[in-house]
Design a protein around this ligand. Structure first.
Ligand SMILES: Cc1cc2nc3c(=O)[nH]c(=O)nc-3n(C[C@H](O)[C@H](O)[C@H](O)COP(=O)(O)OP(=O)(O)OC[C@H]3O[C@@H](n4cnc5c(N)ncnc54)[C@H](O)[C@@H]3O)c2cc1C
Length: 385
């Protein structure tokens, strides 16, 4: 749902201009320095980019799902590092509080997440609990008015720069699986909380990811999200369900950008005395990219509208994430092909996108986990007919 098209369309327009004029020219610098420079972080904060999904009463833009995915498709038409910088605040790093936080927890953290003063991070994955996230071993043991957390999280986006973490930990060791898991807010500076060195990654330079350690980390009971034990995994699933639609949109922006770059290249370069764009085999690759981008966009918008309408989109969210992330990988591969040898050379940027977008098929549910989820729900629907 778009609340006011007269406000939203000019907003999208100015976002597009900001991405093209301010972010795209700095892509190579971000990749070389492996960080988003402070002046751009401040500029993104001034644009309100950290608060897109956070309710207006807490200083955000309170975007509907449809608005959020449309903004995401614009914002992500540049290096993934830029939107990753704001992305935990507009997604997994704030959404647990938005969905299930108590009024006090929301009032305490959401305004600072919306302004970008604090960077949020979502810590679910562990060395032995990846796809099988309910196998997590981090413990949270009640001690008077506190909980004491122990354990290790791995692959946590923005952990090296985060000011606050949403942490999934087991409060009931008797209950294996989802039932014994609770969600906590843990601010940086809490004694016993540590973060590792950023990993060296295949791509997404400028988006720091590291381990997070809890060694007798004492957290007030008031930081238990929602105030009730055993609800953490449900909260995590709420976060991920919305995020899957959002992430699908964030896979579509890079695909649009890569196709734009490839179109420019093939309409300028000549071989055999004619433009590459005139070869029908080249046109086929362009058409396949364009078709898949349109299919993803339509699927995402329909799912976003259904979610705004209050419908259960659990299966559709998985379909969006699965299709859009795989689509983006195929588009990246074709675009490298369209650039020929230049597609393999760093100066042309397309190889960076190729490496950056590979992650989309791995995190927030691998493609295989989404296939299983989609099939399971398809069988369930068939059984209930
Ligand atoms: C750069 C990066 C950033 C990340 N950011 C975050 C973050 O901010 N917060 C967070 O909590 N996590 C984050 N993750 C973790 C990410 O969500 C996990 O890596 C992902 O869920 C997969 O888990 P795994 O790596 O342990 O792989 P595994 O679960 O070990 O999977 C390995 C392979 O086996 C397949 N597989 C596993 N189970 C099945 C099955 N039942 N059937 C068929 N195939 C299966 C998988 O599809 C995959 O191909 C991030 C990861 C990376 C790399």
């Amino acid at each position: 749902m778009i609340r006011d098209p007269d406000v939203f369309q000019p907003f999208l327009h100015s976002l597009r201009r900001f991405v093209r004029e301010r972010l795209v020219p700095r892509e190579a610098e971000v990749a070389a320095q492996d960080r988003v420079p402070e002046d751009l972080v401040n500029a993104m904060a001034a644009q309100g980019m950290f608060g897109y999904s956070i309710p207006e009463e807490y200083g955000g833009a309170g975007m509907t799902t449809e608005e959020l995915v449309l903004a995401a498709m614009e914002l992500s038409q540049c290096s993934v590092a830029f939107r990753a910088r704001v992305g935990t605040n507009t997604g997994i790093g704030s959404e647990a509080l938005v969905a299930d936080g108590t009024p006090e927890q929301k009032a305490r953290y959401l305004p600072r997440l919306a302004s970008g003063e604090l960077t949020g991070s979502f810590a679910l994955t562990e060395p032995d609990a990846g796809s099988d996230a309910t196998a997590l071993k981090t413990t949270a043991v009640r001690d008077g008015d506190d909980y004491i957390l122990n354990g290790t999280k791995c692959f946590i986006t923005n952990a090296p720069i985060a000011g606050v973490f949403t942490v999934m930990a087991r409060t009931d060791p008797e209950k294996s699986g989802a039932g014994g898991i609770s969600a906590f807010i843990v601010p940086r500076g809490t004694p016993g909380l540590g973060t590792g060195q950023p990993y060296q990654k295949m791509g997404q330079a400028g988006s720091p990811v590291s381990e997070v350690y809890f060694n007798d980390c004492r957290v007030p009971a008031a930081n238990l999200i929602g105030g009730e034990e055993g609800q953490g995994f449900k909260t995590a699933m709420k976060v991920l369900n919305k995020q899957r639609i959002h992430l699908a949109a964030l896979c579509t922006g890079p695909a649009i950008r890569m196709l734009d770059d490839a179109v420019r290249f093939v309409t300028e370069r000549k071989q055999f005395g004619q433009l590459l764009a005139d070869f029908q085999l080249v046109q086929a690759m362009i058409a396949d990219c364009q078709t898949e981008i349109h299919a993803a966009r339509a699927l995402i918008l329909e799912t976003a509208r259904k979610r705004d309408d209050g419908q259960d989109v659990t299966m559709e969210a998985s379909i969006c994430k699965y299709f859009a992330s795989e689509m983006c990988g195929r588009v990246a591969d074709r675009c490298v092909q369209l650039f020929g040898g230049y597609g393999y050379i760093a100066d042309y940027g397309i190889e960076r996108f190729y490496r950056d977008v590979r992650l989309f098929r791995l995190y927030e549910g691998t493609s295989q986990i989404h296939q299983l989820n989609i099939a399971r729900r398809t069988f369930a629907q068939a059984g209930s007919r």
